[in-house]
Write a protein that binds this ligand. Structure first.
Ligand code: ACM
Ligand code: ZN
Length: 763
């Protein structure tokens, strides 16, 4: 008896502690509200709290959703009444007579007696108030739920707050789609872009064309591992959503104020449709649903029968999805087949089109007419700008932000989704510490720093930026837990970018709130990434010592870094990081972030190759492309051999140009080995050089050639190297000849190849 009352005092104390002033100053609300004032006192929510609805229909949806959440997380629900009987412990919803454009706005007042939600009835605002309330509830409790008294006035910065999911490269069942929608809703995202058709699958049942899912939803195997390995299994893979599934999901999303924008890809990325109905293509040839990833040459032919097909498909799609926007793809459509197709060429002649780019524009415009006639609008990837934008089309800018800028200047609506900040299939920390991904580098901090409105737009043009979204392409995402891992917590960062006024954003404060969200996400069984806790390794030259220094930085409030230099696993008995580490010789560093005697995130390891070229002056005949020059010439002598898969800031890249570079060792040295690393990533048009030549000199004027090396001798297709009887030299010159124009049949055919190089090692 006594024991249990002591326990309840302790429990009470714990919850009161929970809302000490310091704790509430970082109330874990994401996205951060526009206005939040904390007041004295708490509201106690329990199973006897009532929900007051003045009419039977207004706010009923929100009351029920709150009850569903309370039941699931805390094991009780609240009674819904027309008038409170106890008068001092209830939640009320009040209908705001705000304007039509305030549907997502809300006010939330919590005092000791009641919680008041003010919003336009049966619109998103009251639902968002509930999300805020949910995020304010203590996580661990089962019975006593104290909420701090406060006043919140909140509204979003952008209209389009989106997340995309590719269900074609890998398929995710209906129940997971609902969980994904729940997650979007928790962060006040309002758009789910559902990528339903691809080369590797057609995933939406179309009654008029049953073969699309009978045949097109299935492939005979899938790619295994990295693209460059070109390995496949032979396990049949597939799945699709019936129209009944889709109706169920659309209705589910609607209750959470999420618009589902369906994407039906055209004219490219259409192999699965062509497999189902070969007459949709130029050649009419029977082909297989694709097993591998990439861009494929068989695309929809521009003949009339294709349009009849697509219009019928879109009619069924528009019947299923109430979304004002229908996504028609438009990206990455090779024109190869059109160039030799009599149908396609006759349309070019008849319509007085200049080339196949204008034919693509003709295609999209014709589809737009049909969609517009049904009262809807099209949105497409930024390639739809090429050959002229359809009159009413919105543009989703993915190849950077330039497409978005161009569209806004033409007074077209834009959703920003640049690969640099919004591709959640990219790595979120160093690839050495992550599961295999497609490439790229988009850590949480970068997403948080994203600004959807480009500085070069005028105020009027800015108004065309609807918002932004992140894309989750699933070539390398095989299951649901991995989707969650890639989406979270980056989606939380994007949600704040899209909701919170720019001037209220603060990365440290966001990370503090996010740490508390991890508890909530644990409860919701979401497999979020903990990359935030990974140690960041930064190399900088020390001007005084001429040596390199290694910084092991992490946000100090997240914990302390401990490291080893002897290859052993770090613990809290290892060296505590306090100041930059001087690198005097080849070094392996292993480090981890610890807090409260616990390893947060994971231990990571880095190697530094200290050699005669390290930190020496490097010059180029032609500078690298501005797109691939993050760290400048120092990148080649920073002691970091680039890891694979590629992270851009470890590489320098040139397009269609040879590399000629000189390393000045500062004084004459005895040397006998020169190495330079190159990247072989043909899928992305990055090819090894045709040849590499090495030269040495004592004066930087007269060079003597050492030996010519050709690509097939590259060690592991990675380093060109030459070793020789020791010679004295101060200058080392390396010439690498670009692969040149890419021949047909290879990725990027007809374009200039890229040449990427990383470390130069001299010993
Ligand atoms: C895209 O990533 N191909 C839109
Ligand atoms: Zn054709």
């Amino acid at each position: 008896m006594k024991k249990s009352s002591i326990l309840s005092v302790v429990v009470m104390f714990f919850f009161l502690q929970n809302f000490s002033q310091e704790t509430v100053s970082v109330l874990p609300i994401i996205p951060k509200p526009t206005e939040l004032t904390l007041l004295k006192g708490n509201f106690k929510l329990s199973s006897t709290t009532q929900i007051v609805l003045q009419t039977a229909t207004s706010f009923k949806n929100e009351a029920e959703l709150l009850n569903t959440y309370l039941q699931k997380q805390y094991g009780f629900k609240l009674s819904i009444v027309a008038k409170p009987n106890t008068n001092n412990n209830y939640i009320e919803f009040k209908n705001a007579d705000w304007q039509a454009n305030a549907k997502e706005h809300y006010e939330l007042d919590i005092n000791e007696q009641k919680i008041s939600i003010l919003a336009v009835a049966n619109c998103a605002g009251s639902f968002y108030a509930i999300q805020t309330l949910i995020q304010t509830l203590p996580i661990a409790s089962k019975q006593l739920l104290f909420l701090p008294c406060l006043h919140i006035k909140d509204e979003p910065r952008f209209k389009w707050r989106g997340m995309h999911l590719d269900v074609c490269r890998h398929f995710f069942p209906k129940e997971f789609i609902k969980k994904y929608i729940d997650l979007l809703a928790l962060y006040k995202m309002n758009t789910f872009h559902w990528h339903l058709t691809e080369d590797q699958a057609w995933r939406i049942e179309i009654k008029k064309y049953p073969r699309l899912t009978q045949i097109g939803a299935w492939r005979k195997g899938s790619m295994l591992g990295a693209y460059k390995d070109q390995k496949f299994d032979t396990i049949p893979y597939g799945g699709f959503y019936s129209q009944e599934d889709i109706k169920e999901i659309v209705a589910y999303a609607e209750k959470k104020y999420i618009t589902i924008v369906p994407e039906i890809e055209m004219p490219g990325h259409s192999v699965a449709a062509i497999t189902s109905y070969p007459w949709l293509s130029c050649r009419g040839k029977q082909i297989d649903v694709e097993k591998g990833w990439g861009v494929f040459e068989d695309v929809f032919c521009t003949k009339d029968s294709t349009f009849t097909f697509l219009e019928n498909v879109l009619d069924e799609v528009m019947d299923l999805f109430p979304s004002p926007y229908i996504h028609i793809g438009g990206d990455e459509c090779p024109k190869t087949r059109w160039k030799t197709c009599s149908h396609c060429q006759s349309i070019i002649t008849k319509e007085h089109l200049k080339d196949e780019h204008e034919l693509q524009s003709y295609f999209i415009k014709r589809i737009e007419k049909h969609v517009n006639a049904k009262g809807r609008q099209i949105i497409g990837w930024d390639e739809i700008l090429e050959g002229g934008l359809a009159p009413n089309a919105a543009v989703m800018s993915w190849r950077g932000i330039d497409g978005g800028i161009a569209a806004a200047k033409q007074k077209h609506h834009v959703v920003m989704s640049p690969g640099t900040h919004c591709y959640f299939d990219h790595y979120q920390s160093s690839p050495t510490d992550e599961p295999l991904a497609i490439g790229g580098f988009t850590p949480l901090e970068k997403v948080y720093a994203f600004e959807p409105v480009p500085a070069e737009l005028s105020e009027e043009e800015e108004s065309y930026i609807l918002g932004a979204q992140a894309n989750v392409w699933t070539e390398y995402i095989l299951n649901e837990k991995h989707v969650e891992y890639m989406a979270m917590p980056r989606m939380a960062a994007l949600a704040e970018v899209l909701w919170t006024p720019k001037e209220l954003k603060n990365e440290t404060n966001f990370l503090e709130r996010l740490q508390k969200h991890f508890l909530l996400l644990d409860q919701l069984d979401v497999n979020y990434a903990k990359a935030l806790y990974n140690v960041k390794y930064t190399i900088t030259p020390n001007k005084n010592t001429q040596r390199l220094e290694l910084d092991l930085n992490a946000n100090s409030f997240l914990g302390s870094v401990y490291y080893t230099l002897d290859g052993s696993m770090p613990t809290m008995n290892s060296i505590k990081y306090a100041a930059p580490i001087e690198l005097k010789m080849n070094t392996t560093v292993k480090a981890g972030l610890f807090k409260n005697n616990e390893l947060k995130g994971r231990v990571s390891s880095r190697e530094y190759n200290i050699n005669k070229a390290t930190n020496k002056l490097v010059t180029f005949q032609t500078p690298p492309s501005k797109y691939y020059n993050t760290g400048g010439a120092f990148t080649l002598v920073n002691s970091v051999v680039a890891t694979l898969p590629r992270v851009n800031d470890q590489w320098l890249g040139w397009s269609g140009q040879d590399i000629e570079t000189v390393v000045d060792l500062g004084k004459e040295e005895d040397i006998q080995l020169i190495q330079i690393g190159f990247l072989n990533e043909e899928l992305n048009w990055i090819y090894l050089p045709q040849s590499v030549e090495f030269f040495i000199s004592n004066d930087g004027i007269q060079y003597s050639s050492i030996q010519k090396q050709i690509t097939k001798e590259f060690k592991d297709e990675r380093f060109a190297e030459i070793s020789f009887i020791p010679k004295k030299a101060r200058y080392v010159k390396i010439k690498a000849k670009t692969f040149g124009k890419i021949e047909s049949g290879k990725p990027g055919a007809g374009e200039d190849a890229w040449l990427f190089c990383d470390e130069i090692i001299i010993n």
